[in-house]
Design a protein around this ligand. Structure first.
Ligand code: ASN
Length: 483
């Protein structure tokens, strides 16, 4: 059962091959047996999952047959879940049980999905390796001595290890696509505003966006269909009708115009990854796509701009964690200032503190114009690069990451070396466009991801291209040994 995709599970449940409860119990047993090697879960909600599965079975027996009815999933631990620990993988929220459900959680529950628990992540989603979690690092099932990527590393490891068919993640600078690439999954970051951020603990509000990680493009389409849509509770949610993502999966690719940005194949890219990416291009050509060389000239400025804007927003968002109303509070504070200082000093980890300091500095009087305003101007140039590119092509294709999954601990002494891993993913967040990563093969037994970028609200196009590719290739079906 654990090898089935969401689409396969939907067929099996409809055909009464097993019940949602049997499936849930099977996966819970797998989690108990295998997750100690991976550390992908922060909380397993066993009893609630069995109840939800029984409710799904009852709805099915009453004649309902939604695609996600009884489908097991997990949520990244920054989606608020009512009555369940929502820690953001931080000590400062180690005792926070959310009083309400995030819109994404609510929507998936309404569709009948069964949540098996909350997944590990980088603390406050700050990281690309899932090593900054208060609950410990996550291991990559393809090689447990390596990182699974981040910040949705728990979601990626759990789905890759077949503990779950799919999970939610969030992507501020690559946090869905990069872990998907490093664990052989498909993951999509939708257009900014496509999925509600209500109830998602904020990191950088102008960049954060939720999306699915799964083992196929079809499964991403199934989940995104349930997650997307306007939400009056999120002021940045966009009131644009949601496409039927499943209806367009089978569209032929004849005439598809693919842009290859020369900057994505330059210095810093592991040449072996470059070769795999070009092999994907060859395959898409056979399916009728045409190629065009393009340029995204401001790529080189993306990392400095992102690492000003994201920390600036984080420094503001994280000011709410003060030890007063919820979360961690230091022992015996002597006065209010002591309470703030020690609760925050003891509650936040090193990477979070680094970003709060960088962000506070960038926003401070005298530096604001030099850093923050400058970064916003670069952001506009990056957006303009994409607008110009999408006048010539339908999708942009390149590597998701410059390197393969690295060894745990390898980049800890040098945070900038980890920031550089985001080079190909963060531009989509700065511009607000959708991006998808899908499996493109293996180098030394480690997965390689290829990234597709689309114009605003073109999620269906990205899912269509990935699905067509997955009809003629088998990379996405490979499972890590032992799982
Ligand atoms: N949250 C993300 O999208 C990950 C990115 N590497 C960051 O640390 O900001």
């Amino acid at each position: 059962m654990h090898q089935l995709t969401l689409a396969g599970i939907a067929r099996a449940l409809a055909g009464k091959q097993f019940s949602a409860e049997e499936l849930t119990r099977d996966l819970l047993a797998r989690i108990a047996r295998l997750d100690p090697q991976l550390n992908s879960f922060i909380t397993v909600t066993e009893a609630a999952a069995i109840e939800q599965a029984q409710a799904a079975d009852a709805r099915r027996a009453a004649g309902e047959n939604g695609a996600l009815l009884g489908a097991p999933i997990g949520h990244k631990d920054l989606f608020c879940t009512r009555g369940v620990l929502t820690s953001c993988a931080s000590k400062i929220l180690h005792n926070f049980k959310a009083p309400y459900d995030a819109t994404v959680v609510e929507k998936l529950a309404a569709a009948g999905a069964v949540s098996l628990g909350k997944l590990n992540m980088d603390e406050f989603a700050m990281g690309s390796a899932n090593e900054s979690s208060h609950y410990g690092a996550v291991h990559n099932p393809w090689d447990p001595s390596r990182v699974p990527g981040g910040s949705s590393g728990g979601s990626a490891a759990a789905v890759a290890a077949r503990l779950l068919p799919a999970a939610t993640g969030t992507d501020t600078g690559g946090s869905i696509r990069q872990p998907a690439a490093l664990t052989n999954l498909t993951g999509i970051k939708p257009t900014y505003g496509r999925v509600s951020r209500w109830g998602m603990i904020a990191y950088a509000s102008s960049l954060d966006q939720a999306g699915p990680l799964a083992r196929s493009a079809e499964d991403c389409a199934l989940l995104l269909q349930a997650m997307a849509g306007f939400d009056a509770k999120d002021s940045t949610s966009v009131d644009v009708p949601v496409d039927d993502y499943l209806a367009t999966l089978d569209q032929p690719l004849a005439g598809l115009r693919i842009g290859l940005p020369k900057e994505y194949f330059g210095n810093g890219l592991d040449a072996r990854i470059g070769e795999k990416v070009l092999a994907v291009v060859e395959e898409l050509k056979k399916l009728g796509a045409t190629l065009k060389d393009i340029s995204l000239p401001n790529l080189q400025h993306a990392i400095p701009a992102y690492y000003v804007i994201a920390p600036a927003e984080a420094s503001s968002n994280l000011s709410r964690f003060d030890g007063v109303r919820f979360g961690y509070r230091c022992e015996s504070p002597v006065n209010l200032e002591d309470l703030y200082k020690r609760s925050r000093g003891e509650g936040f980890g090193a990477e979070v503190k680094r970003r709060i300091m960088v962000g506070t500095y960038a926003l401070s009087a005298g530096y604001y114009d030099a850093y923050y305003i400058k970064a916003q101007q670069i952001r506009r140039l990056i957006k303009n690069d994409f607008v110009a590119a999408f006048e010539q092509v339908d999708v942009i294709l390149g590597p998701t990451t410059p390197n393969l999954a690295w060894k745990l601990g390898e980049k800890n002494a040098d945070p900038v070396s980890a920031y550089l891993e985001d080079i190909y993913t963060i531009t989509a967040n700065l511009a607000g466009i959708p991006g998808l990563s899908m499996p493109a093969g293996f180098v030394d037994g480690l997965p390689v991801g290829v990234q597709l970028l689309g114009n605003y609200f073109q999620e269906s196009r990205l899912l269509n291209v990935a699905h067509q590719y997955q009809q003629v290739t088998g990379w996405h079906q490979q499972a890590p040994a032992g799982f």
